[in-house]
Ligand binder design. Structure first.
Ligand code: KG4
Ligand code: ZN
Length: 368
């Protein structure tokens, strides 16, 4: 059985062909970094227009790579939540068109859950049950993952996502975009203890929330001082930039590792899954490996090529197909992440209906 998967939640246009044994037959990702670089962040209107231009060639490339024709596809999957509204709409329109034209089942993908499913694809079924940490440009969340369709939201950021903080701090330091890889490169020459940046909520073992906006402001004040104009990176020496980058990176990593430990302790689980663009960070990977070595935790970090946005991880849709969770053509986008009330409790509640098992909710469900 061959699945065509589309991913257009943010600024990567991606398509993949994966079979029901989770073998990747073809995968293409068109990055828009060059389009957004001069703005040091994703501009939604530019992103959606670029998706419109690229989606058909990208699908074509993935099918050619896979040596699979449209007639040999068995289902179409698309990430419809969460993400930028305009971007999501492009993928959804393309997926619906193909599903109608080819008379194939339409499957929905939750992009955040898919980031964790990347670990299932890479390491097999034994990754469940586990705590899942998603760290990306748009999300920093912890989940209890009982199985490939059972994700319970445990906590998340109350302001910026970790990747967003990397991007903004890189901009303050005059480094490139995306900020994560740029900060990582600059950190190699820096002293991670040079500046004592804040680590929000790090000692509160019962609170599985994150906050990175204060850290970002602390870097800004360190550069320019409170009340002074930012954007003065050219005045910084290379060594200062390296020290600021390394100290910032260490603060983010400290918090992520501490909260992952707290989530493992609170849930009584011993397996940790980590996915999302920030999971490509070498220092974070090192520290998570130490956690595994020292505390008997099994840690599965998504392979780097499956950390940043891609369509392969959307193969989580195969599990939905097996469970009969096929969508009707009424399927809509859901730009916002359904989550609990930040800081309110360890268990999340659906913002729409108040049920606690929010992440089990299908976006739209029809029986197949
Ligand atoms: O998962 P992703 O591609 O998109 C979202 O779903 O948001 O994550 C992109 C984010 C960006 O903020 C980027 O700066 C960050 O992941 N990132 C990194 C690294 N590579 C990408 N952050 C830290 N270290 C990296 N090596
Ligand atoms: Zn993502």
């Amino acid at each position: 059985m061959n699945l065509l998967i589309l991913e257009t939640t943010c600024d990567e246009t991606a398509a993949a062909v994966v079979n029901d044994r989770l073998e990747v037959l073809g995968s293409t990702v068109a990055s828009q970094d060059a389009l957004h670089e001069r703005f040091r962040g994703v501009v939604p209107e530019i992103a959606s227009r670029a998706h419109v231009e690229r989606i058909v060639p990208i699908i074509d490339t993935a099918l050619r790579q896979a040596c699979v024709t449209l007639a040999e596809l068995d289902a179409i999957a698309v990430a419809n939540t969460p993400g930028l509204a305009g971007s999501l709409l492009v993928g959804l329109a393309a997926a619906k068109s193909l599903a109608v034209a080819l008379n194939l089942p339409l499957l929905a993908v939750n992009h955040v859950h898919a980031h964790l499913f990347a670990c299932r694809i890479a390491y097999g079924q034994t990754v469940f049950p586990s705590v899942g940490l998603v760290v990306s440009g748009g999300h920093t969340s912890l989940f209890r993952c009982e199985g490939p369709l059972e994700f319970q939201w445990l906590g998340g950021t109350i302001d910026d996502a970790a990747g967003e903080a990397f991007d903004k701090v890189a901009s303050l330091l005059g480094l490139g975009y995306p900020g994560g890889p740029a900060i990582e490169r600059a950190s190699e020459r820096g002293n991670s203890r040079a500046f004592g940046f804040p680590r929000s909520f790090v000692n509160d073992a019962t609170r599985l929330d994150f906050s990175f906006s204060g850290l970002k402001t602390a870097v800004r004040y360190q550069i320019a001082g409170p009340g002074k104009a930012g954007g003065i990176a050219p005045q910084l020496l290379e060594k200062e930039i390296a020290d600021l980058a390394a100290s910032f990176q260490e603060a983010v990593v400290d918090v992520l590792v501490a909260k992952a430990r707290h989530a493992l302790a609170l849930t009584g689980l011993h397996t940790l899954l980590v996915g999302g663009g920030v999971a490509a960070n070498t220092r974070l990977r090192e520290r998570l490996d130490e956690l595994a070595g020292n505390e008997g935790v099994r840690t599965f970090i998504a392979p780097r090529e499956l950390c940043t946005d891609n369509a392969v991880m959307g193969a989580i849709a195969i599990e939905r197909l097996k469970a009969g969770l096929v969508e009707s053509l009424d399927l809509d986008i859901k730009p916002g992440l359904m989550r609990g009330n930040p800081g309110a409790s360890v268990l999340g509640k659906c913002g729409e209906c108040g049920r606690e098992d929010l992440n089990l909710h299908p976006v739209t469900r029809t029986s197949s």
